[in-house]
Design a protein around this ligand. Sequence first.
Ligand SMILES: Cc1cc2nc3c(=O)[nH]c(=O)nc-3n(C[C@H](O)[C@H](O)[C@H](O)COP(=O)(O)OP(=O)(O)OC[C@H]3O[C@@H](n4cnc5c(N)ncnc54)[C@H](O)[C@@H]3O)c2cc1C
Length: 376
Amino acid sequence: MNVLISGASVAGPALAYWLHRHGIQATIVERAEQVRPGGLAVDFRGTAMRVLDEMGILGELRAHATHSGDAKVVDADGNQIAIMPGAIFAGELEVLKTDLTRILYDLTKNDTEYVFGDSIDTLTQEADGVRVEFDRGAPRQFDVVIGADGLHSRVRALAFGPKERFTNHMGYAFASFSTANYLDLDHAGASHVSGDRSLNVFASKENRAARVLFMFPAKDVPRTREAQEKAIRTAYQHVGWEAGNLLARMPEATDFYFDELSQITMPAWSTGRVALVGDAGYCASPMSGRGTSQALLGAYVLAGELSTQDTLEKAFAEYEEALRDYVASTHEMGRMARDSFNLPPSQELFDAIAAAGTGDDTMDNLNLKNYATKVH
Ligand SMILES: Cc1cc2nc3c(=O)[nH]c(=O)nc-3n(C[C@H](O)[C@H](O)[C@H](O)COP(=O)(O)OP(=O)(O)OC[C@H]3O[C@@H](n4cnc5c(N)ncnc54)[C@H](O)[C@@H]3O)c2cc1C
């Protein structure tokens, strides 16, 4: 079986890794010229930790842990009004997204064919395979094509239909960048909520830097960085605390990231020889705190089923069966976090959110099959 994966972030390389362990060859096509840097932190919980361990990268990831502590919540003048427990946003292990994607790429680059700077242009499903045309490269034939190309997946658009059909826009935009840790945060964060917009700063890189995160109401995502920065400046022009200073630092950032907060809900995660994994198929939004865990779990299960079932139809059905309920709860978690945004910040609120996401019997501990691997 030869598998084409679109997207080299988290779900794509994780899938290629597990396919290789099962003796299946994968090619990854990534639109960017290299694995994309940037983004803030991503975190892992529950069964995803076990999968990372089985991939042999848990130790290396722990060495890159952000060690984020609690975040103090302040009013417009910087006075503390509550403490947001680190468990809400840091999971069991939190790393910078850029460290995770680099580690996944290094783990897979020798056994996976990577094609950077290209993208799937057309997909034609035939009886014996999928004929794929690329924006740049020559057409090729694959047995299976997997979209691991995120919220704005092109594979989804080509094989399932336009994004709007599957998108639940949560009404907010999400932007992040790194700057100096000029607030002298010590493995900790600080947040200010002003009506329906929030501003968060977290120490990162052993306190040598800070990560800034804006979340604010927005209907559309402007396309250019200039327009995105303008939208943020407009949203935060009357916000107090450190808003003015952080807005002034934003243009210098080299890892600026901006996207809508949306969820993807698909009636089915596969059609014929094409399937979706991670945000492409079931994005729960960064608010859920589960995007990376579910991308890893999706990759693990999808590869395992492709290697054990005798038909693609059965493999895709089992993949969906194993994860549908989990994905429903990550989406619920995302909506709950979004709704809590509109409530006045208080200690009771943060403690309740933290309690909902911890404990042994929570949504994050899944009972997944153990798939025997050929390569160790
Ligand atoms: C640059 C970046 C920064 C992020 N920052 C954060 C963050 O700070 N916090 C957070 O919670 N989540 C963040 N995310 C989202 C987070 O990575 C995902 O929710 C989660 O890890 C699931 O990953 P994924 O691999 O399914 O999708 P994604 O991480 O979104 O990766 C999709 C990949 O597909 C590639 N791609 C897109 N279109 C095409 C195409 N047509 N052809 C080929 N390749 C394509 C993209 O370049 C990207 O590498 C970020 C994503 C990206 C891409």
